[in-house]
Design a binder for this molecule. Structure first.
Ligand code: FAD
Length: 346
């Protein structure tokens, strides 16, 4: 990761430099990073809550993609209400024994390790008796059972723990104080780090190119898209589009640009020392709903071709999951209402 300290293989890029790097990464249509759970979710949490020993041991293999991480939080009866988790950990000599079931764990099928929350004090108030563990998925007592997602992705899994041993050194943060550590991870997941704006700016540019050409083949990944100097340069006027579709294409492009500007404002705030906190819920609402609209417009443009398997149809299917993962959008709206607008609790 270019933003990491040099001692961990990074280049100490500032947040703004990192955004520029991401712009180029997406514009070049570089692949999804297989190690993204570790790089974008766990690593920022290790920098704020981990020990030096944990960083020294875990970051280098993560950067080299030698150790792939999965997020093992959700349970069959604890998704939105994460504090309802029942998977537990009890003390053993030199560490902990984990039991219970986690589900919806992306990439767990081929992951080496997982970060997860387990209940360590059943008598405590439900947010207070949780501990954040870093688990070796290959250890005895762990079974990862994959299942296929609607969009064909095969990395999804249930993870079963039956007395799996985790050494003391793999507790992240304090015992029974895992909730604030987990909230630091969700800040990364909903906000900037997992979903940099360039991902959507690039998709919006591709949408403009699709609208211009009207064909799957010419949905070029290196499309220049619209430029702010003049919409005519897009050639949308001459593409013979229905005016409603044309407006939706332009709207998606505007929304992607607006998200880009919003994140620049947010980064300016972070550089000045302000934590995004609950504002990361705004990011999550915005990027996930923008992504659905953008892909719906692409499907409309493609017409019958939309059924063909390809980047647009796969992107459309995946966009539908955006309002669910990283905390559903209904939950994000509750957070915005209560913590940003100060409205009474639902
Ligand atoms: C593609 C994808 C990848 C995922 N990857 C992972 C992963 O890697 N690791 C992981 O741990 N989890 C992962 N998840 C799980 C995801 O975090 C959960 O699906 C999500 O938190 C919702 O939980 P749930 O499915 O149990 O739904 P529920 O919590 O049962 O919610 C059902 C519905 O009720 C609504 N609802 C619930 N409570 C409220 C409330 N208080 N107010 C208003 N509405 C409410 C929800 O918004 C939702 O519409 C993934 C999910 C998807 C779709």
């Amino acid at each position: 990761m270019v933003s990491w300290p040099r001692q961990y293989g990074g280049r100490e890029a500032s947040l703004l430099e990192w955004l520029v790097f991401e712009e180029e990464y997406h514009a070049a249509a570089a692949p999804v990073r297989v190690g993204q759970n570790g790089l974008f979710l766990l690593a920022p949490t290790l920098f704020t809550h981990g020990t030096a020993e944990q960083r020294d041991r875990l970051l280098p293999p993560m950067a080299r993609a030698e150790e792939i991480w999965a997020q093992a939080w959700s349970e069959p009866d604890a998704g939105s209400d994460l504090a309802a988790i029942r998977a537990s950990a009890v003390r053993a000599e030199g560490g902990w024994l984990l039991s219970g079931t986690k589900t919806w764990s992306s990439r767990a099928v081929f992951a080496d390790r997982a970060f997860g929350l387990f209940r360590t004090d059943p008598a405590a108030e439900r947010h207070r008796g949780l501990t954040y563990f870093l688990v070796d998925l290959r250890s005895p007592g762990v079974e990862v059972r994959g299942f296929e997602r609607l969009d064909g992705d095969e990395g999804f899994a249930d993870v079963f723990f039956d007395g799996a041993f985790v050494p003391e050194r793999d507790v992240l943060g304090e015992v029974n104080r895992g909730w604030p550590v987990a909230m630091a991870t969700t800040g990364s997941e909903r906000g900037l780090t997992l979903r940099s704006p360039s991902r959507f700016v690039t998709a919006a540019n591709r949408l403009v190119e699709l609208a211009r050409s009207g064909s799957l083949d010419s949905a070029g990944l290196d499309s220049p898209g619209l430029d702010s100097a003049g919409m005519d340069s897009a050639g949308l006027d001459s593409a013979g589009l229905d005016s409603g579709v044309r407006d939706r294409v332009v709207q998606s492009w505007i929304e992607a640009r607006a998200y880009h500007l919003f994140t620049l404002e947010q980064v300016t705030g972070i550089v000045a020392g302000n934590s995004p906190g609950a504002r990361s819920s705004l990011n999550k609402l915005y990027w996930s709903e923008l992504d659905v609209r953008l892909h719906e417009t692409a499907m409309e443009l493609l017409g019958a071709d939309a059924e063909a398997d390809g980047p647009w149809s796969r992107g459309f299917e995946f966009s539908l999951a955006g309002p669910i993962y990283a905390g559903t959008n209904e939950i994000q709206r509750n957070i915005v209402a209560e913590r940003l607008l100060g409205l009474p609790r639902a």
